[in-house]
Design a protein around this ligand. Structure first.
Ligand code: KIV
Ligand code: ZN
Length: 515
């Protein structure tokens, strides 16, 4: 580790949750927060407490549980209510931060805020000072900073620091910056803001032009010492800078950047899988660092080079990011002990009850499928973790389908809350449509299927099928993901997971205002 360390500020639970269809329950946020703490992130932005009762509850729960192990942060607009709400949610954390933001660009001043420059400066000062009454760790963000006039940005940042901001974040809210441009903005602030040394300069880059990571790294070169990022690059629209990418770029090119992070990098792949599993957002195969192909060498000439020396074509070691290959691991006769050892090697910590369930699933799978791969085990684990919060579980289903028949599904669901079983049947265009309709009928949910994807988890004809679906209920998007060797079952489970999320969502909840 170099002498200088860059603070990793993770906003998966706030900006990441703003990705369409990625809203999370409090329990899911706690699961991710725990993984982020284990990963070694410095700051967790847990949500926007004023946005909804659910957001408040989540920030409070994360603050109460993890507020000694990481800095827990809550977002607030320049409004008294927002700041008081953030202060209340964070009270239980010994290490807490309030993140106050206000747009500064001409476009936002004119069309969104209808405020003059002087009013913006006054509001920023007043609300940073107000936030300081709740904590001495206050971050200020001039929203849309990358499109703000440099002299005005300089003034606002200077005044925010004078008012007590300890971190000044320079958001590229709309992903408009390019690396050289963003480097110049940060350099300008470093040179012209009086008192800049009293605060940490932070980056917050959106990926609309695919430049979020490059811009964040350019800012580090210019002197920024905090990077705001998300696991798998989740976030508004095209997302934020991906945590795994900025961290591995700084680590792999430490010779160039000469800074380090506190991230425990072998945990990166596991956290990526966890976030993908909870949000239902699939990680593309060729995604840098955590994609399935990130370390796969196909061309013969590459394979030949790799056999001589891995460094010919590999700039990072797969184990440094916890990469799981597709190696054949266990068979039908592997015992519980060997299975447990492999689960641990893959980076998972499961309680005894979950381990037993996953092992039972493994035995069933090994009976159906000759070769069981690491990826299969990971899929089985994904299938079993985080389901405890689902109210409705599939007990069984029966399908009648085929040429000349009307596809019909009979479904029996179990209600964990009222401890009762409910059964109904429906017809559909095909067996998957029928099973989804039967679930909707039982739960009286008016869901519209928007996206449906099936992929093989591993190689071979007997591969397990993973289904990811996205549906809307009353205009809100929900994701579900499930795996099985039977794709109708995987489809039904994925659909049920998404419907469970829509049921868990409180009707009173509103989406985050104004971000
Ligand atoms: O993109 C943005 O500007 C934000 C701010 C709230 C920091 O998310
Ligand atoms: Zn953002």
């Amino acid at each position: 580790m170099s002498a200088e360390t860059v603070t990793i500020f993770d906003t998966t639970l706030r900006d990441g949750e703003q990705s369409p269809g990625c809203s999370m329950t409090v329990a899911e946020k706690l699961t991710i927060a725990e993984a982020l703490v284990d990963l070694g992130v410095d700051v967790i932005e847990a949500g926007f407490p004023i946005a909804s009762p659910g957001d408040f509850e989540a920030v409070k729960a994360v603050a109460d549980r993890f507020g000694e192990r990481a800095i827990i942060c809550g977002l607030a607009r320049c409004r008294t209510d927002d700041i008081e709400r953030a202060g209340a949610a964070l009270k239980g954390a010994s290490r807490r931060r309030i993140h106050v933001f206000l747009a500064t660009s001409a476009i936002h001043r004119q069309f969104k805020l209808k405020m003059a420059k002087e009013e913006i400066v006054r509001a920023a000062i007043e609300h940073v000072q107000m936030a300081r009454q709740f904590t001495d760790n206050v971050e200020f963000s001039p929203e849309d900073a990358a499109r703000t006039e440099l002299d005005f940005l300089t003034e606002v940042v200077e005044k925010a620091i004078e008012a007590g901001a300890t971190t000044v974040n320079i958001p590229d809210t709309v992903g408009y910056a390019t690396p050289t441009h963003y480097f110049q903005v940060i350099s300008h602030l470093k040179q012209h803001v009086r008192g800049i040394d009293k605060a940490v300069i932070s980056t917050h880059c959106h990926n609309d032009l695919g430049l979020a990571v490059a811009n964040s790294l350019a800012a580090v070169e210019a002197g920024a010492r905090q990077i705001e990022c998300t696991i798998n690059g989740l976030g508004e629209r095209a997302g934020n800078a991906a945590l795994e990418e900025v961290v591995m770029a700084l680590r792999t090119r430490q010779d160039y950047y000469k800074v380090g992070t506190r991230i425990n990098t072998p945990k990166l792949s596991g956290v990526s899988r966890l976030v993908s599993s909870i949000t239902g957002m699939i990680v593309q195969r060729n995604k840098a660092i955590v994609g399935q192909n990130a370390f796969a060498h196909e061309a013969g000439i590459h394979q030949h080079g790799m056999l001589q020396d891995r460094s010919t074509y590999e700039i990072m070691r797969p184990e440094d990011v916890g990469y799981i290959g597709t190696g054949l691991v266990l068979g039908k006769h592997s015992g519980r002990h060997a299975f447990r050892t492999r689960v641990i090697e893959l980076g998972f910590t499961l309680d005894d009850a979950t381990l037993q369930k996953v092992f039972d699933d493994f035995i069933v799978l090994a009976d159906k499928k000759k070769d069981v791969y690491d990826a299969d085990i990971v899929a089985l684990i994904d299938n079993r973790v985080n389901v405890t919060t689902d109210r409705w579980h599939m007990k069984r289903f029966h399908i009648a389908a085929g040429t000349g028949t009307i596809p019909t599904a009979t479904v029996e669901l179990f209600d964990e809350t009222d401890q009762k079983t409910v059964c109904d049947a429906a017809i559909g265009d095909g067996p998957i449509d029928a099973v989804c309709k039967a679930i909707s009928r039982i739960l009286n949910v008016d869901a519209v299927l928007k996206d449906f994807q099936v992929r093989a988890v591993s190689d071979g004809q007997e591969a397990q099928g993973e289904v990811v679906c996205e549906l809307t209920v009353q205009g809100k998007r929900y994701h579900g993901k499930a795996v099985s060797t039977d794709i109708i079952e995987a489809s039904a489970q994925a659909y049920l997971k998404a419907v469970n999320k829509s049921i868990a969502q409180r009707p009173s909840e509103v989406s985050a205002p104004g971000v």
